[in-house]
Design a protein around this ligand. Structure first.
Ligand code: ATP
Ligand code: MG
Length: 586
């Protein structure tokens, strides 16, 4: 393509609302344009990148025996009501009505639709296993759309769904998809890691996320260099006893020899830090209390709960939300805690609170004896408290794992990093097939629910993650396999006939060799063109300048400072070999 005829518009200006480098670069390089909050136009250069990513995805999905379909993006409400997700999905789902007042949503994901399709098409075990996928537009009314295509409201996702007759079959398909995803991200040229993940609103038994490691990533992950354990902090666990000592055997706290619960005056010690300092004890011997609710109105199923955890840890709200199976989890406003829970914020404890409020305790509380809790009275705490002094509704792992905590598998210290979730695979099991009655008849003539898996990749997010990971102070440095063009051919002086002729010849030759080349034939200054070439991040730059008279051109890689002057007749074969090494040799 000739730059002079293209719709590419670059800019020096830093866009005002872009916080992270990839968003800034997407805007400055003219790759996307914002239409509304979280809604973007994909411009021609970005479209070339997106199509390459989609084709890599397609080839790996097809190789894994998945078949491509296209489902609608406007989805009837009744299917979502059948699975209960019309309510559960919450306000991320954009609900709409047609002229006859029938309800629909703009699909945020397609489990319901694909399961509906399969329940109508599949009867017998002979038709299974099958895996279907699509690459299609989703809409999620994200509470905080930001970072451009990273967290958009309208975005393109590849979503695949597998259907099996057994758990073993699902295992096989899950492994196939896991391998296909590794190939996809490797072929896209991004550095990624796979982590154990939470299943969120989609549901199911186990899942993995594919993370592009980048400091701006919205997800925190922990990993172990010794045994390769890695997990999203939403899901990660640790070895509590290594931090706060062994679990206290149940019943032992009731022993007569235990000291009695005693009220102590702790003026102004309303935080764990202040209290530990005041009592001159380690934080781990204190028990924190936090007040949560499902956020519903008092007369509409409101549930208030308290969560307990050793002062050594922070509480992981996602784990608590999953444990409670709440659609929504929020803190009770502190001014309402006393009235709703019967506890005094800052000096709260589980003893004597409103009996309708569930007490959920982190497993770390089982490791505490003779600990300190709030007395539910200003400036007072209780000491020598044990689990036998109040009744816990349920125990769960609620710990927010952090760097330095012991690895749950091998005990080595965990490291922490940030990642961008570009892909997510789930073992769904029978959650959707049971809700929608998607069954098959087995060899013995029995009806069984179909066993499902689902597998998603954010296409636009993958493109932007590649930019987040591959850039420098001058602009983007596209990995070769997804670069919009492989080569930018820069004519330095368009009024010099020799240079012009040489560049025109080279352009034709490259096109004839099927090299994806952007020809900067504009009548602009060399410095201006080089700046654009760097900003756009095309992996190879061939410049035709003063050496043209000697039959030579300048060859430079975007991610290197080296500049080679080489013969015009050599440059095409050099370009071809670099491209094929980086695309096929990856
Ligand atoms: P997140 O936790 O980032 O909201 P998610 O767990 O909701 O993601 P999934 O439902 O697993 O996402 O969707 C599959 C993939 O779709 C994600 O791995 C991600 O790459 C992409 N994706 C999800 N939400 C968005 C969004 N708002 N903008 C762009 N891509 C998205
Ligand atoms: Mg989400």
């Amino acid at each position: 393509m000739r730059f002079s005829q293209s719709f590419i518009r670059t800019s020096k200006e830093e866009p005002a609302d872009a916080e992270i480098i990839s968003h800034k670069l997407l805007m400055r390089a003219g790759l996307v344009r914002k239409l509304a909050s979280g809604i973007y136009i994909i411009m021609p250069l970005a479209n070339l990148v997106i199509k390459k990513i989609e084709n890599i995805i397609r080839s790996e999905m097809n190789a894994a025996c998945a078949q491509e379909v296209i489902m609608p993006c406007i989805l009837p409400a009744n299917l979502w009501k059948e699975t209960g997700r019309w309510e559960v999905y919450g306000s991320e789902m954009l609900k709409i009505k047609d002229r006859a007042e029938r309800e629909y949503c703009f699909g945020p994901t397609h489990e319901e639709v694909i399961t509906d399709l399969v329940r109508h098409e599949v009867r017998s075990y002979k038709q299974l296993p099958v895996t279907l996928y699509q690459i299609q537009t989703k809409f999620r009314d994200e509470i905080r759309p930001r970072f451009g295509l990273m967290r958009a409201r309208e975005f393109t996702m590849k979503d695949a769904y597998s259907f099996d007759i057994s758990a073993e079959g699902l295992d096989i398909n899950y492994k196939k998809m896991h391998a296909a995803y590794c190939n996809i991200f490797k072929r896209c040229g991004v550095k990624y890691t796979v982590v154990d993940a939470d299943t969120g609103a989609i549901g199911g038994s186990s899942s993995h996320e594919f993370m592009v490691i980048a400091p701006s990533g919205e997800d925190a992950i922990v990993y172990c260099d010794s045994c390769r354990y890695s997990a999203n902090v939403e899901k990660a666990s640790t070895q509590i006893d290594k931090i706060i000592g062994p679990e206290i055997p149940a019943g032992s706290s009731a022993a007569a020899s235990r000291p009695k619960v005693e009220k102590i005056h702790t003026p102004n010690a309303s935080t764990i830090e202040d209290l530990a300092k005041f009592l001159k004890v380690d934080k781990k011997s204190l028990c924190k209390i936090l007040f949560f609710t499902n956020g519903r109105a008092e007369n509409d199923g409101r549930e208030d709960v308290v969560a307990l955890i050793s002062g050594a840890f922070e509480l992981n709200e996602i784990k608590l939300k999953n444990h409670l199976k709440f659609i929504n989890l929020e803190m009770i406003p502190s001014e309402e805690v006393q009235k709703r829970v019967g506890a005094y914020p800052g000096f709260g404890g589980p003893i004597g609170i409103n009996p309708n409020v569930k007490i959920i305790a982190d497993n770390s509380v089982k490791h505490l004896s003779d600990f300190v809790v709030g007395a539910n009275e200003k400036d007072y705490h209780l000491k020598n408290v044990n689990l036998s002094d109040f009744s816990v509704t349920s125990f769960a792992d609620l710990v927010m794992v952090d760097a330095g905590h012991p690895c749950p598998q091998c005990g080595a210290k965990l490291e922490k990093a940030r990642g961008i979730e570009v892909g997510h695979i789930f073992k769904l099991g029978t959650k959707y097939s049971e809700a929608l009655g998607a069954k098959y008849i087995d060899e013995a003539g029995q009806e069984n629910p179909i066993i499902m898996g689902c597998y998603g990749i954010g296409v636009g997010r993958t493109m932007q993650a590649a930019v987040e990971q591959n850039n420098d102070q001058d602009g983007i440095c596209w990995p070769m396999p997804i670069a919009p063009f492989h080569v930018i051919l820069v004519l330095l002086n368009s009024s010099d006939e020799t240079q012009k002729q040489c560049a025109e010849d080279l352009y034709k030759k490259m096109l004839a060799e099927n090299i994806e080349v952007l020809f900067d034939d504009r009548a602009e200054k060399p410095g201006f063109k080089f700046k654009d070439a760097d900003l756009l991040g095309i992996p190879i730059r061939v410049a035709v300048g003063r050496y043209a008279a000697e039959g030579k051109v300048e060859f430079k890689r975007r991610n290197s400072k080296d500049l080679k002057v080489i013969g015009v007749d050599e440059v095409v074969s050099l370009v071809k070999s670099e491209i094929s090494r980086e695309i096929n040799g990856l």
